[in-house]
Write a protein that binds this ligand. Structure first.
Ligand SMILES: Nc1ncnc2c1ncn2[C@@H]1O[C@H](COP(=O)(O)OP(=O)(O)OP(=O)(O)O)[C@@H](O)[C@H]1O
Ligand SMILES: [Mg+2]
Length: 253
């Protein structure tokens, strides 16, 4: 992929679902800078996951444009779309591990799929390396059902970074985890993003985590980005909806 400054760009994106009372996205503009950790905050049901699905080309906008590393998605055919998606690593809210496969086979899955020329020995070495990176060495033989929620997320993260993606997408990576485990996962996201020299786009409700790890925070409100800025700018925002969520999270005024 080329290396333009903006990894992901949404320009005036509109989306109304059938039977919905109004648009879910209403003129959304968003630019995710290459190499940044960008957190999208917003209340439940306001279109955060829908935004991410637009980035993957899983949902088409009614209007507007989405560009990945400068390339407009609407001009990509299915083959090109698959190639573009290969640059993404994705960690879903549910971790989405294959329950019938061992941890080893889960992490090996994208490698066997996309690096068959490596052979099993090299793949095994890479899987061990990845499990080491997420601080879960020696658990390859376990099944996903044997793991805690936090461990599942870490295995999901190992799988997401297996192909060294340029862009990592996270949908609520820490929802449902205790604060200490969430902190560990957040730190791992930062570390793996920096180690890979990747760009991370993270959907979250966790304002404290966003303030701690983000380079840029965007706040989704009524179908568009109300404000984007550094954590300090976000903390000092004078916008009412942002002041309200800062207050409700107990962030100092
Ligand atoms: N494929 C779809 N078809 C119809 N409506 C949809 C579809 N996907 C999402 N929606 C609607 O779009 C709105 C936004 O959903 P979305 O999943 O993006 O919310 P969210 O901000 O991710 O919420 P949460 O924080 O709870 O995950 C919701 O009203 C949802 O019902
Ligand atoms: Mg969601």
């Amino acid at each position: 992929m080329d290396h333009p400054e903006v990894a992901i760009e949404l320009k005036d994106v509109w989306k109304t679902f059938a039977r919905a009372s109004g648009p879910t996205l209403a003129g959304m503009d968003l630019a995710v800078r290459r190499g940044s950790i960008h957190v999208l905050l917003g209340h439940s049901g306001t279109g955060k996951s829908v935004t991410l699905k637009h980035m993957l080309g899983l949902i088409e906008p009614d209007r507007g444009e989405i560009r990945i590393a400068g390339e407009p998605l609407d001009s990509a055919d299915e083959v090109r779309l698959r190639e573009i998606r290969r640059h993404f690593g994705m960690l879903f809210q549910s971790s989405a591990l294959f329950d019938s496969l061992s941890v080893f086979d889960n992490v090996a899955f994208p490698l066997r799929e996309h690096r068959p020329e490596w052979g099993e020995e090299r793949i095994a070495a890479r899987v061990e390396e990845l499990l080491g990176l997420v601080e879960l060495p020696d658990i390859g033989e376990k099944m996903p059902s044997d793991l805690s929620g936090g461990m599942r997320k870490r295995v999901g993260l190992a799988r997401a970074i297996a192909l060294e993606p340029d862009i990592l997408l996270f949908d609520e990576p820490t929802t449902g985890l205790d604060p200490v485990t969430s902190h560990v996962i957040d730190d791992l996201i930062v570390k793996t993003t920096r180690d890979l020299g990747a760009t991370s786009f993270i959907i979250s409700h966790d304002i404290h985590a966003a303030l701690r790890i983000a380079d840029v925070i965007s706040f989704l409100w009524q179908g568009k980005i109300l404000e984007s800025g550094s954590p300090d700018e976000f903390r000092r925002s004078s916008s009412d909806p942002i002041r309200r969520i800062l207050r409700s999270a107990g962030v100092n005024e």
